[in-house]
Design a protein around this ligand. Structure first.
Ligand code: ZN
Ligand code: ZN
Ligand code: ZN
Ligand code: ZN
Ligand code: ZN
Length: 567
């Protein structure tokens, strides 16, 4: 069939969006109706299901042991600790039930979700990494999320194949001895940096590549001994650096302010960061071919509306999905190694699974919860292949008739509150707004206040003066006043790297890094360059799509002006 672009009104935000011919072909291929929500609202709906980092402790409903979980103790869902969930002590099929064609699908699915135990959180093949979620293959990783193949990593997010890192976000590959590093790869012994690649011993650097021993500098290529964007000899540089007491909190506070200024006023920002792509449009996308309208994608092909993914092909509308041989998936969240899956949440190693939640190593499931190694099941009940296919088609027909088929699960039946999810960060809403939509809000987010045993003024300025007895103290965050502790590995790391004890809680540190990153949204803007020596008139006429909103303070340049300014 021949398709034309269609202008559609979003049923959620009432704004207009366009469905392109290539979108229609994809929907036809996977037999789903075109979406009724715009791409942003579709992502919002998926955000409402991702509790990535709000952790609780709660007793396992099978063995009674206290465990770390993403479900607050007051949630009505049953929760099993990971060993129990994966173990043979229970049978998800015992919760199987018939589908009732007199009622909507989602009502019945929500009831099933309340009955079948959920796994506490998702952390696979890991050693001594209890406080990790959406993670796997880790060793000694603490309070980190979306961490894979990492070792000795603390308080970080999206850290892959890296070791000895603390307070980092989006370190893609081979990071080592990093602190407060964002959107970087293959770097060693760096502190406070954004967009670093192949760098070592760089401090407070923005957008540097192949550099070593650089300090408070930006837009450098293959440089050494650059201090505040000025070249020095090795001896001069080392003398300058020596003047800073890097282990002192007050010295670091000044440096951090200076760095913030350098990023906002002193650096040139390329309009978009995306590299080694063919025919692709998106922010922070790398090694992609025909990937459009996407954010934070590595190694993707023929995909669109992708948010945070790697190694995927022929997918649309997915969020935190990927990790090898992921293809033909649509409207999924938090899924790994899946093929031909639609409308799935927290499903790993699955094939041909739709409208299912927390199902692992399975094939051909529809409307299932917490199935392990299952096949031909609907609402957790096993069928013959023929009966499965017939009943599945009948349910899809039923869902289509009442307008339920074709979108991700509604946020109203998400097992977590919106304020516990990544939605609270990427698309903040007030409690009133959330409740008005019929979505959930969690009142009892974990955290204590006012229980501190030590005050800010009692913390020594320099890390070398912090005694081991501080491991027993309770601190109060200087930003949100929430209580927090420090761990032994953390203190060892800080002392080794000469970093003062953080005065803010891990969550406020995470939010600071979040605010420095480009958003998952594109704005149409024009180049801010006014340098006539580039060969253009007073102002460069180039226009582009950029993740920097028009009210952001950064100097955003087009590709050609940017290339003239990096050196
Ligand atoms: Zn919308
Ligand atoms: Zn248990
Ligand atoms: Zn805080
Ligand atoms: Zn320009
Ligand atoms: Zn220019």
């Amino acid at each position: 069939m021949e398709y034309k672009s269609q202008n559609v009104v979003c049923q959620n935000c009432k704004g207009n969006f366009i469905i392109e011919p290539e979108d229609f072909y994809f929907y036809e291929k996977i037999k789903v109706p075109p979406p009724t929500w715009c791409p942003e609202c579709r992502q919002l709906r998926r955000y409402a299901w991702r509790n990535e980092r709000t952790l609780y402790r709660r007793n396992c409903d099978l063995c009674g042991k206290n465990t770390v979980t993403i479900y607050s103790p007051n949630k009505p869902h049953k929760m099993y600790c990971q060993p129990c969930w994966w173990g043979d002590g229970w049978d998800p099929a015992s919760y199987g039930r018939d589908f009732d064609f007199s009622r909507p699908f989602f009502d019945q699915f929500a009831e099933l979700q309340l009955d079948v135990p959920r796994m506490a959180l998702l952390s696979k093949n890991s050693v001594n990494s209890e406080y990790t979620n959406h993670s796997g293959d880790n060793k000694n990783v603490y309070l980190s999320f979306a961490a894979w193949s990492a070792e000795d990593v603390l308080y970080s997010t999206w850290v892959m194949k890296s070791r000895d890192c603390m307070d980092c976000s989006f370190v893609y590959d081979k990071g080592e001895r990093l602190y407060e590093i964002i959107d970087s790869r293959t770097s060693y012994e760096c502190q406070y940096g954004l967009f670093l690649k192949d760098c070592s011993s760089c401090y407070y650097c923005y957008d540097c590549r192949g550099c070593n021993h650089c300090f408070m500098s930006s837009n450098l290529r293959n440089k050494s001994y650059v201090f505040k964007n000025k070249q020095y000899t090795r001896e001069e540089y080392l003398k300058k650096i020596k003047e800073y007491e890097l282990s002192s909190f007050s010295a670091r506070e000044k440096l951090q302010k200076e760095f913030q200024d350098l990023i906002e006023k002193g650096s040139i920002h390329r309009y978009i960061i995306s590299e080694r792509n063919v025919n692709s449009v998106g922010s922070l996308i790398f090694d992609c071919k025909n990937v459009t309208q996407s954010f934070e994608v590595n190694n993707g092909e023929d995909s669109k509306y992708i948010y945070g993914a790697l190694d995927l092909k022929d997918c649309m509308d997915i969020y935190h999905v990927g990790w090898a041989t992921t293809a033909l998936d649509y409207e999924c969240h938090g899924c790994t190694r899946i093929y031909d899956c639609k409308f799935c949440h927290l499903c790993y190693d699955d094939n041909g699974v739709s409208y299912s939640d927390s199902c692992q190593n399975s094939q051909n499931l529809f409307g299932c919860v917490s199935i392990k190694k299952g096949e031909y099941m609907i609402f957790n009940k096993k069928y013959s292949k023929t009966n499965y296919l017939a009943l599945k088609e009948k349910i899809i027909e039923h869902m289509r008739k009442i307008g339920e088929y074709g979108g991700f699960f509604p946020p109203a039946i998400s097992p977590v509150g919106y304020n516990e999810t990544q939605g609270a960060l990427y698309a903040p809403m007030t409690k009133e707004e959330v409740l008005a939509k019929g979505w959930k809000w969690e009142e009892n987010i974990l955290g204590t206040f006012g229980k501190e045993t030590i005050f800010l003024s009692d913390i020594p300025d320099k890390i070398e003066d912090v005694p081991d007895s501080f491991l027993k103290e309770v601190f109060s965050c200087m930003e949100c006043s929430k209580n927090y502790n420090i761990t032994q590995n953390e203190l060892l790391f800080l002392k080794k790297e000469k970093i003062p004890l953080p005065r803010k809680c891990p969550n406020c540190r995470y939010k600071r890094r979040f605010n420095l990153r480009p958003l998952r949204k594109l704005w149409h803007r024009s180049c801010m360059c006014g340098k006539s020596e580039h060969g253009h008139s007073a102002k460069c006429p180039n226009e582009f799509k950029t993740p920097y909103a028009p009210d952001r303070p950064e100097k955003v340049y087009c590709e050609s002006c940017y290339n003239k300014e990096v050196y």
